[in-house]
Design a protein around this ligand. Structure first.
Ligand SMILES: NCc1[nH]cc(CCC(=O)O)c1CC(=O)O
Length: 343
């Protein structure tokens, strides 16, 4: 190991350092080269009182890490994929390691579930998507806007001074922190559809480094997990076509199973009084080359998004995306690939 260490940029939170540490160890094995963690602070970390949505959503975490990559203060960055904007800058490339369970987890006192929470119960979440879907499932609930790291949010429902009946968090974050003991229910993705990309990581590097360093490029590619990449490609294509970001009330859940990629997507009014959903699938056999499979996954997401737009998703969720005039009409015609079971 004579080469200098590879610098992996990370936020300082327990979740971020756990995620980054796992990727750092994999890269060390793959490269036979030391990998050191470099802490990068973002506005979202420094300012813990402003609602995250008004800081520009979780995108503030990503922006700080990306700036560090582009300024050569680190060589690799690890993000939660669901926090990444859908547009990828040419200067940077991402791969997706195998995803954790993408579902949302209800963490409630006394082991309550979504069905058994008390009438008018107070449930904390900072996510407009979770708020809308919780209200749609249980209109009587009082959904309270909260933020903070995993420990802070859990304490609101489970701590000594708890003021809420439950909080909803991504199961993946709890699993990575070995805190799945607090989960009282894994929410059905057809009731509470996870955020596009939830549970997956994105490992990011400079395009120029990958072009110049074949060994780095090989290790980087080895981090990628094909079923995860295809699923998150379809999910993120929904967001991209709807021209929405990670704080929009949009859920999407895709799974590669038996040679087919199945996708379900849900768009909500933030107050939960109306929701639209569509499901579709596309055949992707294991021998299909990525050059064909990746566009097929992306097209699946676009197709589902256009059906949602044709049904009025833009008005419902206050999005700016307009239905494509040439395809919106055709998308209303049911096709043989509609999947009533969802993924
Ligand atoms: N929005 C913040 C965020 N970004 C990624 C995760 C969890 C881990 C993941 O989804 O990969 C969380 C916390 C949460 O939603 O509870």
């Amino acid at each position: 190991m004579s080469t200098p260490p590879l610098r992996l940029g990370t936020r300082a939170s327990a979740l971020a350092t756990t995620q980054s540490g796992t990727v750092a160890r994999r890269l060390e094995e793959l490269l036979d080269r030391p990998v050191e963690l470099v802490h990068i602070t973002s506005q979202g970390d420094a300012d813990r009182t402003t609602p995250l949505a008004s800081l520009g959503g979780a995108g503030v975490f990503v922006a700080a890490l990306r700036e560090a990559l582009l300024d050569d203060r680190c060589d690799i960055a690890v993000h939660s994929l669901k926090d990444l904007p859908t547009a990828q800058p040419d200067e940077l490339r991402i791969v997706s390691p195998e995803r954790e369970d993408p579902r949302d987890a209800l963490c409630a006192r006394d082991g309550r579930t979504l069905d058994t929470l008390p009438r008018g119960g107070r449930v904390g979440t900072g996510s407009p998507r979770r708020a809308a879907q919780l209200r749609a499932a249980r209109p009587d609930l009082d959904v309270v806007d909260i933020r903070g790291n995993v420990g802070t949010r859990l304490a609101r429902a489970l701590g000594d001074e708890a003021d809420l009946d439950a909080v909803v968090l991504a199961f993946a974050g709890l699993a990575r922190l070995e805190r799945t003991d607090v989960v009282s229910e894994l929410l059905d993705p057809l009731v509470v559809a996870p955020a596009p990309g939830q549970g997956a990581l994105a490992v990011e590097a400079r395009t120029a480094d990958l072009t110049a360093d074949a060994e780095l490029a090989r290790a980087f590619a080895a981090l990628d997990h094909r079923p995860t990449r295809l699923a998150v490609t379809a999910e993120r294509a929904v967001l991209a076509r709807l021209e929405a970001g990670c704080s929009a009330p949009i859920g999407a859940y895709a799974r590669l199973e038996d040679g087919a990629l199945a996708l379900a997507a849900v768009v909500s009014r933030v107050d939960g009084t109306e929701q639209l959903s569509h499901t579709a699938r596309v055949e992707i056999a294991s021998h299909v080359a990525d050059d064909d499979a990746d566009p097929a996954a992306y097209d699946l997401g676009v197709r589902v998004a256009e059906r949602l737009l044709a049904d009025g998703a833009a008005r419902l969720a206050e999005l700016t995306a307009a239905p494509a005039p040439t395809t919106a009409g055709a998308d209303r015609v049911p096709t043989g690939t509609d999947d009533p079971e969802g993924p």
